[in-house]
Design a protein around this ligand. Structure first.
Ligand code: PLP
Length: 445
């Protein structure tokens, strides 16, 4: 069925993410306003031949032909429709969804690295990714070298003959440092020029902090972009999921890995992200970003704040790179909704941070002390004692994870209210005496 609604390339990304495909090979739902939700572990086969063909052609083509559905864990229409839209959002050829962001990261690394090959990763990573690379992948003969990839020349310095993957997040969690994807690509291309096809390095970027609204790593030269759908893409903090977006030539392997390791995204979860999350991504991020800018400006001007790191500030040390790399698909500067700042220590630095965070936890109406990010609710956390506590004190200090550092994920509340709550917490912090509680240092695991 051909109609004008199929000419989706004429429309902007924001519109496309709301309307999706309308007509898709995954399922004919031309007469629904919303895609129907599926819940079928297995699928009725009209003949044995259909069953045979379904198995024989599993994951052969990415959504272009009409897939033969057999069993949810192999392939499924609601998830398939979400995958089409995520591939579009990231500007990649295909997307494969997994049960969580970590399941997606495990999948892409397992597909790219085999026994006796290596990963080169940026030295600061999401904690579970770091744990995957240090606790689990070595058991399968895959080791990781960590280096500072903010300096792209470090790729050539640290790459080994067995290295197959260059992996990083940008912005880096929690410091908001940026890594120049195009510059890393140029370094990787130089190395790849002397390598046979099967030994070439692949660039994998975790795009969770930026979201595809603000940054599409594949456009800058990454081979794969991964996202935790739990964060801004899901958007409401009610669903856990992950996605790998990359070249069609890897579709089969990504699907095969998912089929056999089993970390599949449920269709009910996929439906929520397809109907509520992805369609509102642009609207949410645009507004969260506005608040992030206002809040960053407020913090910058506050006498009790030592430093503020937000890529949207003119004073951001990598402002040029931010303007080049963090751009919406319509060309608007899109520095995202995450801020990292340091409170000036009033006495003991850890105790200052504790007083600030506890004040917010107890007294703030619109700022919630919680991990995760990219929620419609503003979330705050203390990386030094929470998300990054597995690193030694020296490692944390070297990477800018300070005892007084606070990570803020802006939600959709009125920014005046967010600023009021921050102001009050800072005032409470300045008040003496320091209070009886002391945050005990938990030894790194
Ligand atoms: C949350 C997060 C992940 C992991 O995603 P889950 O959905 O929690 O498994 C990976 N990378 C980054 C940067 C994240 O913030």
């Amino acid at each position: 069925m051909k109609n004008r609604k199929q000419h989706r390339d004429d429309y902007r990304a924001r519109t496309h993410l709301i309307h999706g495909s309308f007509v898709t090979g995954k399922w004919d739902y031309a007469h629904h306003v919303n895609p129907p939700m599926t819940a079928s572990a297995s699928f009725r086969l009209s003949s044995l031949r259909r069953g045979l063909e379904g198995f024989a052609h599993f994951a052969e083509e990415a959504g272009e032909n009409h897939p033969i559905y057999i069993y949810d864990r192999l392939d499924e229409p609601t998830r398939g429709m979400l995958e089409e839209n995520l591939a579009y959002a990231e500007g990649g050829e295909v997307a494969v969804c997994y049960a969580s962001g970590m399941a997606a990261i495990s999948a892409v690394l397992s597909v790219l690295a085999e026994r006796d090959t290596e990963i080169l990763a940026h030295e600061t990573l999401y904690g579970c990714t770091y744990s995957l690379m240090t606790n689990w992948l070595p058991r399968f003969g895959v080791n990781t070298t960590f280096a500072n990839l903010i300096e792209p020349a470090n790729v050539a310095r640290h790459v080994k003959p067995g290295t197959r993957v260059v992996y990083f997040e940008t912005p880096v969690n929690p410091t908001m440092d940026l890594i120049d994807i195009a510059a890393i690509r140029r370094e990787v291309d130089k190395i790849n020029a002397g390598r046979p096809e099967v030994q070439r390095l692949k660039v994998v970027v975790d795009n969770t902090f930026a979201t595809p609204y603000c940054q599409r790593p594949i456009e800058h030269g990454a081979d794969f972009s991964v996202n935790s759908l739990t964060k801004d893409i899901g958007g409401f903090g009610t669903n856990v999921g992950g996605v790998v977006v990359g070249p069609r030539s890897y579709y089969y392997r990504l699907m095969l890995f998912r089929k056999d390791f089993g970390g599949v995204l449920s269709p009910q979860t996929a439906w929520g992200i397809l109907v509520y999350g992805l369609p509102t991504l642009a609207t949410r991020v645009v507004n969260q970003q506005k608040s992030a800018f206002r809040v960053a400006e407020f913090l910058k001007g506050h006498p009790q704040i030592e430093s503020v790191r937000y890529p949207g500030l003119d004073s951001f040390p990598q402002a040029e790179l931010a303007h080049r790399q963090m751009v919406s698909s319509d060309g608007a500067f899109a520095p995202g909704s995450m801020i990292y700042f340091s409170v000036k220590a009033n006495g003991d630095p850890l105790r200052t941070a504790e007083r600030f965070a506890d004040y917010l936890a107890e007294k703030s109406y619109c700022i919630t002390l919680a991990v995760s990010l990219g929620n419609i609710k503003t979330l705050v956390e203390h990386p030094y004692s929470m998300t990054h506590s597995a690193m030694s004190h020296e490692e944390r200090m070297r990477r800018g994870v300070r005892p007084t550092g606070i990570r803020l994920s802006l939600g959709l509340e009125d920014y005046h209210d967010i600023i009021t709550d921050l102001k009050q917490a800072l005032a409470a912090c300045a008040a003496q005496p320091a209070g009886e509680r002391v945050l005990a240092e938990v030894p790194p695991r």
